[in-house]
Write a protein that binds this ligand. Structure first.
Ligand code: LMR
Length: 336
């Protein structure tokens, strides 16, 4: 073998030696979200990462970036489609701008009364059909994670319907939520979740809505004097992956992620209610926000006033989809 050939075979040997090392570099899966770690979504994302990282034996690593550290909502969906992150768990309200308004069905006021009703939808054929819709957008829908039921908050007491009139209310990017606030006589304003506390503190908006877990962990109780524990709508998440990334994964790693997602989903949905109860209690104890429970008459008035949102968004979301959920939950649009 001449020198050149030797050199060549040496280089080849070096390359071959290097290859397994390169192949052992873990696949990094970046999971970005916008809420605090100590929330149902934050805890479930961490639980998922810990489970995967323990079982993947160094072949794959999930890194969680909470609290809009990487991307705000609005940006994160684009980042997922571009492949800058691989996993997200946006709320249903955030899918309209992507061109899949169907998920806004979960935003319809008073649509769900309990987690059990929700699970019949998310874990049944309706939930599955909705996830399939994401494929055309280069996204794979993996699971539904609960947060909970939303409360209204404001810088003035919300004792009756008239108290909503004229309030500037921060909402997520959902036209259903826009309609809901308008039906109450308020002025909705879409703001990124990460900008909400600042906007409330500066008086850019007067109020907002969120389940207690988000309200408390974003310290909104420090800048909102009144909270109405209205539970007038649901907030939950769809865990989604970049489709190209997902399909390019080795089969066994994809299976591992799927198995860990089943476990994380069970965990998320087990802790959601308790985390929200704890947060509501913490808000009360802070003494900074007055928590009021609406009497049945106020709840009924809110329900009646916002019921037109169901009709107004029927064409956009899909009358069949809305009706199929009425059948599951027993919601009667004729008797809201
Ligand atoms: C919001 O933007 O109000 C929340 O939905 C954020 C989240 O992901 O819970």
């Amino acid at each position: 073998m001449n020198r050149r050939a030797l050199l060549g075979s040496g280089l080849l040997a070096m390359l071959c030696a290097a290859l397994p090392a390169a192949a052992q570099e873990p696949v990094v899966v970046r999971f970005s979200h916008v809420v605090a770690r100590d929330t149902p979504k934050g805890l479930a994302a961490d639980h998922f990462a810990a489970l995967v990282n323990q079982r993947a034996a160094g072949r794959l690593r999930v890194e969680v970036y909470p609290d809009s550290q990487l991307y705000k909502d609005g940006e994160e969906m684009e980042a997922l489609q571009l492949g800058s992150v691989q996993l997200l768990a946006p709320s249903h309200a955030k899918f309209g701008p992507l061109g899949v308004p169907d998920f806004e069905v979960f935003d319809l006021p008073f649509m769900f009364d309990s987690y059990a009703q929700l699970h019949r939808v998310t874990q049944g054929p309706i939930g599955k059909r909705l996830l399939h819709k994401l494929e055309a957008k280069g996204i794979v829908g993996l699971a539904y994670w609960d947060n909970g039921f939303k409360d209204f908050s404001a810088n003035r007491p919300l004792r009756q319907l008239a108290d909503f009139r004229g309030l500037r209310m921060r909402i997520q990017s959902s036209r259903v939520l826009d309609g809901q606030m308008r039906a109450l006589g308020a002025t909705p304003q879409v703001l990124a979740f990460s900008d909400t506390h600042r906007a409330l503190a500066a008086g850019v908006v007067d109020g907002t809505e969120n389940p207690p877990s988000n309200f408390y962990t974003q310290r909104m109780h420090e800048v909102q004097r009144y909270l109405l524990h209205s539970q007038h709508g649901y907030l939950g998440y769809v865990v989604i992956a970049n489709k190209r990334f997902w399909e390019a994964l080795p089969g066994d790693l994809r299976t591992l992620l799927e198995e860990c997602m089943v476990s994380a989903t069970r965990y998320a949905n087990q802790i959601a209610e308790q985390k929200n109860n704890e947060s509501l209690e913490a808000v009360r104890k802070s003494g900074k926000t007055v928590v009021a429970i609406p009497d049945p008459a106020l709840r009924q008035a809110l329900k009646l006033a916002t019921s037109r949102t169901h009709r107004e968004h029927e064409a956009r979301i899909g009358a069949n989809l809305i009706r199929s959920i009425y059948r599951e939950t027993g919601f009667d649009p004729g008797r809201p």
